[in-house]
Ligand binder design. Structure first.
Ligand SMILES: O=C(O)CCC(=O)C(=O)O
Ligand SMILES: [Fe+2]
Length: 330
């Protein structure tokens, strides 16, 4: 079947199915943070963030029925007519925080991503219920609310492990911007030629629900056990959420934590994923933590205002972890 040349990726960005390696590590059971295994679970989280930049979780506080409703509501929204979806196109959307679009930064991309999305920025509950699409507003809002405690717990674990004590207002500042993104990857006649999302890293901490289709790939370094690095698929795990660590944690930790480069392969079947992006407030200053600078004696990253980082992030097409260059010390 014919694929418009605008979607055909250069050879080096294509994702081959043959020879795909899978990252079959069981999800971390977050309910154990409450029991005798607490330390073990904390260590597992820290180790994953230091070496991989992501992990999967179970018993995360988001009910399984809600995960099903999220996927169904994403399908409901994306099966609307183009005219109905475009009521949320930039310029006509009732709110600048709600946006229906395609690809990532189409005007900058050499080849387009095989993906549509509806992005729902959170300000207040009232605004969410007023401006987010009817097909998904309630479930998306529940997802955001019910994930909050888990996200907060993970961030506290990561900060404490760095030996830092942050005030409540600072933690709130680091998690001050919340956005629910529903991604829709239409069936693709030739997944070998296209990509769903090009390789990139996220900004803050992402809670990701993927469906049963699969296709999420992460790039890993060679590890201490001499396992070769490269691209691995994260197989869908029923009931699990994927926690993706973004660039700001690499910056705050002066390089001890890693943001993970990831991408999505298309499929001959449609796929949905629902991401909750937790990022800093736009005015928040992000740089290596004070105590680490003292300890390390060197800053691998400079301090950036989060809005400046974001402006740079959206000014470029997805291109691996280049988004982090903006904050690198020169
Ligand atoms: O669809 C996926 O599995 C990943 C989505 C993603 O990486 C993103 O929205 O930033
Ligand atoms: Fe991502």
């Amino acid at each position: 079947m014919f694929i418009s040349h605008r979607y055909i990726q250069p050879e080096e960005e294509r994702i081959k199915k043959v020879g795909t390696r899978r990252h079959n590590v069981p999800p971390i059971d977050l309910s154990k943070l409450k029991g005798p295994d607490q330390k073990k679970v904390v260590d597992e989280i820290v180790r994953a963030v230091e070496t991989l930049g992501f992990f999967q979780v179970l018993n995360h506080g988001v009910p399984l029925e809600l995960l099903e409703s999220l996927k169904n509501s994403a399908h409901k929204f994306f099966s609307l007519s183009p005219e109905e979806k475009c009521l949320f196109c930039p310029g006509v959307s009732p709110s600048s925080k709600v946006k229906y679009g395609t690809s990532f930064v189409p005007e900058k991309e050499k080849a387009l991503e095989w993906k549509d999305y509806i992005s729902m920025g959170y300000t207040t509950e009232e605004d969410a219920l007023r401006y987010w699409p009817n097909q998904c507003k309630e479930v998306a809002l529940d997802y955001l609310k019910l994930s909050t405690k888990m996200v907060r717990e993970i961030v506290e674990i990561l900060i404490e492990n760095l030996g830092a004590k942050l005030e409540e207002s600072r933690i709130e500042g680091l998690l001050g911007t919340k956005l629910v993104n529903m991604n829709y990857y239409p069936p693709c006649p030739n997944p070998d030629l296209t990509v769903g999302i090009g390789r990139h890293s996220d900004t803050g901490i992402t809670v990701l629900l993927q469906d049963h289709i699969g296709g999420l790939y992460v790039k890993l370094d060679e590890d201490d056990n001499n396992n070769h690095g490269g691209w691995f698929e994260i197989p869908p795990f029923s009931g699990a959420l994927v926690i993706i660590i973004g660039d700001i944690f690499q910056i705050l930790s002066n390089g001890k934590y890693k943001s993970v480069e990831h991408r999505v392969r298309t499929s001959t079947e449609s796929r949905v994923s629902i991401a909750l992006f937790n990022s800093p407030k736009s005015t928040e200053k992000i740089g290596p933590l004070e105590n680490l600078l003292k300890k390390d004696g060197v800053a691998y990253y400079r301090e950036v205002v989060f809005q400046d980082y974001i402006n740079n992030y959206f000014a470029n097409a997805h291109y691996g972890k280049n988004s982090l260059d903006f904050a690198k010390s020169t």
